[in-house]
Design a binder for this molecule. Sequence first.
Ligand code: ADP
Length: 328
Amino acid sequence: MKKRVFSGTRATGRLHLGNYLGAVKGYLELQNNPDYEAIYMVMDLHAITTPYDKAKLFENTRNVVMDYLACGLDPEKSIITAQSLVPEHTFLAHILSSEITVARMQHLPTFKEKVKQHPDHVTMALLNYPVLMASDILLYKASLVPVGIDQEPHLEVAREIARKINEKYGTDFPEPKRFATQGEYVPSLTGEGKMSKSVEGSYIGLTDSLDEIKKKLSGAPTDSGKGEAIPEKGGVANLFKLVELFEGSEKRKEYEEKYLGGGVRYGELKTELAEAIFKEIEPIQKQRKIYENDPSLVERVIKEGAEKAGIIAGKTIEEIKDKIGLIK
Ligand code: ADP
């Protein structure tokens, strides 16, 4: 039997370079590997764990599906759909939530970060986020999960739950491992933390024009252009990382040598970088137009994906009901 892959992106807006390099590039690699059966979803139930705009949620969900398709996800090869169309995700999440303590959830760095961002919105759904994510993965018995490095603590929770439930009930959930890409951590343009949809000014979107990219990069913090040592964090470190990701490590080395010698001209660096980024995403933008002009095709992908996912999910639920003694 083929091994399964599961991953998803929250329906909180269009994809950015971090989502693309850290997650979607991994989705593509595994979709095209015949040893795996891949399921990629738009996580709309995860999107409502932080404040959200009801009027935009549906559109955001469709937008992420269009981004997926434009990047090369292929419904002939992968199951592509929206999380809430497969209600088994929440059913299993409830069962799994009895295998992990409140204290364990409260100590997760991702939870603490979200509490800081939204102090007035610390809900049960937010606390339970990693359990729902464990359910997303275990529901399909996925063994590989292409996600950015920021998701590692959540995967640890999923492994812990899988181990516990297997020991207790004799189930056979694989302990899911992260599938890492070269861009597993794309830094923020602000010079602090990772590129994220929820931090304004931190990201470049996959649908941004060359001018928009230039404008966003021009705001990224820099320094005088030279120094005794290459900065390890902050604006310049992040720019060098982006150069490495989009122009290669040789180019990064060139800039580093300049930094330690005659000095880097950031204006030039930023223009070149903007062009390299745009060159990579321009074909995706062209492809996206096809889906924007064909809403019924997008609908069909989502609907058929939900049917296929529902069949696998239904089997897991039948099995777990039996194992834990729920009425059938
Ligand atoms: P965001 O944090 O922007 O809201 P999500 O939480 O929806 O994005 O993450 C979707 C996927 O993109 C996850 O696999 C996540 O690990 C990955 N990802 C998000 N930001 C980055 C980043 N800056 N670098 C690498 N991967 C990222």
